[in-house]
Write a protein that binds this ligand. Structure first.
Ligand SMILES: Nc1ncnc2c1ncn2[C@@H]1O[C@H](COP(=O)(O)OP(=O)(O)OP(=O)(O)O)[C@@H](O)[C@H]1O
Length: 298
């Protein structure tokens, strides 16, 4: 829809001016929009049912996490050129997909972002949901490594079957477990996210050349072992890929401990610090007082 289009909600009466397209997905279009003086993101769906299911997840999270402002702002239908358009309005999340963020700002951010992503997923799991569709496009990073999830279309109640996922992030695809929603499902996808973000070419090459019957977490572990940026996190990635974390909270604690340990030289003679860790340390010093520094120094 062209910028400047105004949509008026049929039931709640709010007017939204579409400013620009933010993203196009299988389930709909997301626009940056203004409603009076307020900026928001408007998701216009194809299927009312799918959109309603997403809005229900967002509403239930808002109910549980009352200490923050609500994410879901409005749910309604509009009419445009004689067609009914179901939509919902949500908070606009500034930022870029994690892969693009690392390309722009450097892989030294991967420690901080990884930790924050696992913390966000822990909150979601503790509310009874699995995100389901963890992938670079759905993890937006802004400012000093602030992380937000978008697209709750894959969110699934724990114990149900995950229906919306992206093949290479799916543990079923890698013969690493079922598609039943449990916290380990998301943690597996986080491991693949890091391989995708930091060694994307080899990952895609692997998926193109591997016979389906040979898909196995050990193939991913092999990539990690031969990548200097991923290697310091091998024990974490290995546990995540083999489903050995019960909870994302456990995974985030291990992640944090590993980032900490990797940044400390073991003794005076072993002063080697992986490049990205040294970068992280430098970043935390430069940003002294910022959230990154607070996180790192804790
Ligand atoms: N609240 C938001 N703030 C900013 N950008 C957003 C927001 N929600 C979605 N986006 C952008 O729009 C894109 C598409 O949105 P979304 O993923 O919800 O659509 P989808 O149809 O479910 O996509 P997919 O096919 O990936 O499942 C996202 O990848 C993201 O870049």
């Amino acid at each position: 829809m062209p910028p400047g289009t105004v949509l008026r909600g049929k039931w709640n009466g709010k007017r939204y001016r579409l400013e620009r397209l933010l993203g196009l997905g299988a389930n709909g279009q997301v626009y940056l929009a203004t409603c009076g003086s307020r900026t928001c993101a408007l998701k216009i769906g194809k299927e009312t049912e799918d959109l309603q299911a997403e809005a229900n997840v967002l509403a239930s999270l808002d109910q549980r996490e009352r200490s923050r402002p609500p994410f879901l702002l409005d749910v309604d239908d509009a009419e445009w050129q004689g067609k009914k358009l179901p939509f919902y309005a949500m908070q606009y999340v500034p930022g870029s997909p994690v892969k693009a963020y690392l390309r722009l700002h450097g892989s030294q951010w991967f420690g901080v972002i990884g930790y924050r992503l696992l913390e966000r997923l822990s909150e979601l799991h503790e509310a009874g949901w699995v995100f389901g569709d963890v992938k670079s496009d759905n993890v937006l990073v802004s400012g000093y490594g602030r992380v937000a999830l978008v697209d709750y279309g894959g969110a699934t109640a724990i114990g149900r079957g995950v229906r919306q996922f992206t093949e290479i992030y799916d543990r079923g695809y890698w013969a690493a477990g079922s598609r039943t929603a449990d916290p380990a499902y998301d943690v597996f996808a986080v491991a693949v996210l890091w391989i995708h973000a930091l060694d994307g070419k080899r990952l895609l090459q692997l998926t193109r050349t591997l016979l389906p019957q040979n898909r196995h977490p050990r193939e991913l572990v092999e990539l990690i072992r031969t990548n200097p940026t991923l290697r310091p996190m091998e024990t974490w990635l290995d546990r995540a890929l083999y489903g050995r974390f019960q909870h994302a909270r456990e995974a985030s604690e291990h992640w944090r401990a590993l980032v900490h340990a990797a940044a400390q030289p073991k003794d005076a003679s072993d002063g080697h610090v992986p490049g990205w860790m040294a970068g992280l340390l430098a970043a935390s010093v430069v940003l002294c007082g910022s959230a990154a520094a607070i996180w790192f120094l804790h």
